[in-house]
Design a protein. Structure first.
Length: 99
């Protein structure tokens, strides 16, 4: 572990490590089952962490002040993470170029 690692980097790295540990311990589980569980927990944590403070005049909370606004922000965040993942495109994709 890098001592200069940010909480963001640590969270991302440890989530992958946790997934590997769970998959190793539960040999009958599929990787997608483990991944769905990790994602469910991550979404729960994200929603918990992005609750508005309760002040109706708070400018900082305004962009995320309703469930639908938070869901939009979560979708945007999720899409950004997915598109920047090294696993977003795979050589086995049906639309992958074949030479
Ligand atoms: Zn606020």
């Amino acid at each position: 572990m890098d001592e200069h690692e940010t909480p963001y980097e640590q969270g991302a790295r440890e989530t992958v490590e946790l997934g590997n540990q769970i998959a190793e311990a539960a040999s009958d589980a599929t990787l997608s089952e483990v991944a769905d569980g990790l994602l469910a927990g991550a979404i729960q944590y994200w929603l918990y962490a992005h609750q508005p403070c309760g002040d109706p005049a708070c400018e900082e909370c305004k962009p995320l002040c309703t469930a639908e606004l938070r869901l939009d922000a979560l979708r945007k965040t999720l899409e950004d993470f997915a598109r920047s993942s090294e696993y977003f495109h795979t050589p086995e994709d049906f639309d992958a170029g074949r030479a």
